[in-house]
Design a protein around this ligand. Structure first.
Ligand SMILES: CC(C)(COP(=O)(O)OP(=O)(O)OC[C@H]1O[C@@H](n2cnc3c(N)ncnc32)[C@H](O)[C@@H]1OP(=O)(O)O)[C@@H](O)C(=O)NCCC(=O)NCCS
Length: 171
């Protein structure tokens, strides 16, 4: 694979239809909503991984980032946050993360997760705003186990399951 990550734009349109994921809603989001949400509605920005390794370029995976604020009382599983004031805690939301079904298990999920976290840390270090959390909503048990592997802590039991990473130790 020869990968490049870029913010989704109109030039990627011809590549969207071929994307497949075990969760059809994740392919559907990319194909129908991601561009509009980034450019018109300003709800989330999507980043795509383009594989130009063999033959025609392919969209290998993507993630979307937005902002979020997390109910203070739901953060009890993170003792380090205990002394924070009792108002909602701000964060960056990894709203979606998906790898094309045909290349699962080859390291792209890790690459995308680390890129999303890297962009978040960059913003936290040098952006004009402050926020404390990296947040995601795991769609099922497999996704929750994936995020646990990267240190995210579950805030509940059901699905989608909110999971958070305290950014402070990483800054
Ligand atoms: C979850 C998903 C993004 C993982 O992508 P992937 O390319 O198959 O994952 P990788 O090959 O990069 O694996 C990265 C690491 O996570 C681990 N991992 C992968 N899936 C895992 C799981 N379900 N539970 C625990 N660990 C997992 C791998 O062992 C690997 O560990 P290592 O790097 O320490 O060796 C992908 O399978 C996917 O698109 N799933 C469906 C959509 C989804 O669930 N998205 C996330 C929630 S919205």
């Amino acid at each position: 694979m020869s990968l490049k990550i870029a913010p989704l734009d109109r030039s990627h349109r011809p590549l969207l239809a071929d994307f497949r994921n075990t969760h059809p809603a994740l392919a559907d989001y990319l194909q129908r909503y991601a561009l509009r949400h980034a450019e018109k509605d300003l709800l989330a920005r999507t980043y795509v991984a383009i594989d130009s390794g063999s033959g025609a370029p392919r969209l290998a995976g993507y993630f979307s980032l937005a902002t979020v604020s997390v109910e203070r009382d739901s953060l009890a599983p993170l003792p380090a946050l205990e002394r924070l004031p009792r108002f909602p805690i701000p964060g960056i939301l990894l709203a979606r993360l998906a790898v094309d079904t045909r290349i699962r298990g080859q390291g792209l999920g890790r690459y995308l997760f680390e890129e999303a976290l890297g962009l978040t840390l960059q913003l936290a270090r040098s952006g004009p705003v402050a926020f404390r959390l990296f947040v995601t909503d795991a769609v099922d048990a497999e996704a929750a186990s994936f995020y646990t592997h990267f240190g995210c802590v579950p805030l509940g039991d059901g699905f989608p399951r909110r999971m958070v990473l305290d950014l402070r130790p990483l800054l």
